[in-house]
Design a protein around this ligand. Structure first.
Ligand SMILES: [Zn+2]
Length: 428
């Protein structure tokens, strides 16, 4: 069955009201699923690739047909403007159309199409927004092109420098300049932050949850209460290598045991700082990694996240203390180094409350969830009030051809976005 039919099977057409149209949304999700489609049902639209560009062109055409004025900035970000009743700070909504290799049909795409569906709904009902509204497509959000992150929105906000761009090399060995020239722009244009020309009061993004909380609570949509910023703590336990057969148990300094104790004790630490904090060890290197060798050292990385910088940093501190106490207890050395530290973005309380009002009115119990992953809203939110709406993901699967959000849930997210935008513009 093609995506369009799959989406419409079982769709609750009562959700078609206030100008929002499930069939239109389904047909657009379907059209975009063909761009970069692979044999396994996944789509590959790497940032600044011909596929990403093609997807942007298709959506730009829909924007024009909906009466939006389309512009592009030097980073390839696309904006479709619906003129409002008056000048004054604009509101914006959008997301991205690039994917990871063999990604799904909803991550990013839903946020762009939801923002466009709101403009379609307004056009259909004759609603003219009090201020201008822009639908945005940000380039290379997944960061797959240069193995970096969130390129388009970072450029939009002026967060990238020549020094950073000099380090960008793609998988084929092309430099940033080669890639951006092929795309049809230049470094000079790329480095002109388009955000300075836009007087913005608000940004909202619809995105699939990429987690299982909404499914667990049986809610179609959720309210993001913050976007977690990761801190990566590299920890090394250094012991004493020895022969597995000839070293008595009592005289060992085995760093694998220290690492084992440390990893298992980390599990209980996040709840000591907040309800939303998490910590994960997903990568360990054992040296020399031999079957019959007591290891010399173990290097591991702890990924530590929370939506609050203060509690996230408290957790980093607790984990460092734990490394020290485990090393002491086992009579060996521990060293650590915090090599990545990205600022988390808490979503403003009043925006969360407005979203809760909207969600309640639609008959849904508000569910507040932190976002563990980074998004365009996190970058814009550093300087512009920003909100995020999550749509339920089946089994929390994302970055995978199996990614799935029902059309009912997609459309419900559009209703939430539309009402939120109206509320923000009218109550201002
Ligand atoms: Zn995304």
């Amino acid at each position: 069955m093609v995506l369009y039919d799959k989406l419409l099977a079982g769709y609750n057409t009562q959700l078609d009201h206030s100008g929002i149209n499930g069939k239109r949304l389904a047909s657009r999700l379907h059209e975009l699923s063909k761009i970069g489609a692979g044999e396994n049902g996944g789509v590959t639209r790497i940032g600044y690739s011909p596929e990403e560009k093609h997807a942007k062109e298709i959506v730009s055409k829909w924007m024009t047909e909906a009466g939006l004025e389309v512009t592009t900035d030097g980073a390839g970000n696309v904006f479709g403007r619906l003129k409002g009743k008056s000048e004054g700070p604009i509101v914006m909504s959008g997301s991205h159309l690039d994917t990871v290799p063999s990604g799904g049909n909803f991550d990013g795409v839903l946020g762009v199409l939801a923002a466009l569906e709101v403009a379609e709904a307004w056009k259909e009902t004759g609603y003219i927004p009090p201020v201008s509204y822009e639908v945005a497509i940000f380039s290379d959000e997944e960061g797959s092109r240069f193995n970096a992150g969130i390129t388009g929105s970072d450029a939009f906000m002026g967060n990238l420098s020549n020094e950073v761009l000099d380090t960008y090399i793609d998988a084929e060995g092309k430099s940033f300049d080669e890639v951006i020239h092929e795309y049809g722009s230049s470094r000079e244009e790329f480095l002109q932050p388009a955000s300075v020309e836009k007087d913005m009061q608000f940004f909202a993004e619809v995105h699939i949850e990429q987690g299982e909380v909404l499914e667990k609570f049986d809610r179609p949509v959720g309210i993001v209460n913050g976007i977690a910023g990761p801190a990566w703590l590299e920890v090394t336990f250094e012991g004493k290598a020895g022969h597995a057969g000839n070293t008595p148990m009592g005289s060992r300094k085995d760093p694998v045991i220290a690492a084992g104790i440390f990893v298992s004790e980390i599990e209980s630490l996040p709840s000591k700082v907040s309800e939303t904090a998490v910590a994960t060890v997903g990568k360990l290197n054992v040296h020399p990694n031999g079957v019959n060798v007591i290891a010399q050292k173990v290097e591991l990385i702890v990924d530590i996240r929370d939506i609050n910088e203060r509690t996230r940093d408290q957790l980093v501190e607790l984990i460092c203390q734990k490394a020290e106490s485990v090393a002491e207890q086992r009579g060996l050395q521990a060293k650590w180094n915090l090599n990545t530290k990205i600022k988390p973005l808490p979503i403003k309380r009043d925006l969360q409350e407005r979203l809760a009002d909207v969600v309640n009115k639609l008959g849904i119990t508000p569910t507040f969830i932190p976002s563990g992953a980074g998004h365009d809203a996190m970058i814009l939110g550093e300087r512009i009030p920003a909100a995020m709406i999550f749509a339920r993901s089946k089994e929390g699967i994302s970055h995978n051809p199996k990614e799935w959000t029902s059309l009912d849930d997609c459309v419900m997210a559009v209703h939430v976005l539309k009402q939120l935008l109206e509320k923000v513009m009218e109550e201002k």
